[in-house]
Design a protein around this ligand. Structure first.
Ligand code: ADP
Ligand code: MG
Length: 188
């Protein structure tokens, strides 16, 4: 049986909790997340990194986009994520779900050129499972042979790290999880 109902209840609760964080706390915790990432070898060594523009008080990692890596961001196109390279000052468009997206004319990034993916989440667990918003976008991406071997780091605040989340057969695991307190490498 699908865990859909359980997942929905959890999503609502955790998103509410995240949106009740004060702006000051949100900034402080986000800054710590950025510092943790910048000390993590996988991050330091990555040339091209895919990331996200935060919505609904997701951890704000936008200051990292000014650092010396090539950055890529997605556009939601029907059920898929299409990745484009993006540099500060390049235009952004508000896309599906109110998420900022690169222009469709920006150069496309293919999986061979990508070293790391920073993935937003509603919650994660110690096994590496991720609860998203319910669209399954990252599950579909990481289920494809071209993308599945690229390292992934889930980005959440510590309160959203659970011992075990409900999961379905299609849920893909992350390689690491970064919070304001730690980076957890998942060994499988
Ligand atoms: P999220 O990962 O965003 O929390 P879910 O895990 O609940 O969301 O998945 C949402 C939907 O995505 C599910 O209904 C599922 O059928 C669909 N989905 C996930 N992975 C795949 C896949 N590899 N192929 C087709 N559909 C998928
Ligand atoms: Mg899922």
């Amino acid at each position: 049986m699908s865990q859909g109902h359980l997942k929905n209840e959890l999503r609502k609760k955790i998103i509410q909790q995240r949106q009740s964080i004060s702006e000051k706390d949100w900034h402080e915790k986000s800054t710590k997340i950025c510092q943790n990432l910048q000390q993590y070898p996988l991050f330091k060594e990555a040339k091209t990194i895919l990331a996200y523009f935060p919505i609904r008080q997701e951890p704000d990692i936008t200051t990292l986009f000014l650092t010396e890596h090539n950055w890529g961001f997605s556009r939601c196109v029907r059920k898929s994520l299409i990745w484009h390279s993006w540099q500060p000052n390049d235009p952004l468009i508000t896309g599906k779900y109110g998420i900022l997206e690169p222009s469709p004319n920006a150069p496309i990034l293919t999986p061979e050129t990508v070293d790391l993916i920073l993935i937003p989440a509603v919650a994660c667990d110690y096994k590496g499972y991720r609860l998203g918003y319910g669209g399954g976008f990252y599950d579909r991406l990481l289920n494809s042979p071209q993308w599945c071997s690229i390292p992934t780091i889930g980005i959440i605040f510590e309160f959203a790290l659970f011992s075990q989340l409900p999961c379905d057969p299609w849920d893909q695991k992350l390689k690491a999880i970064c919070t304001e307190d730690k980076i957890l490498s998942i060994y499988t």
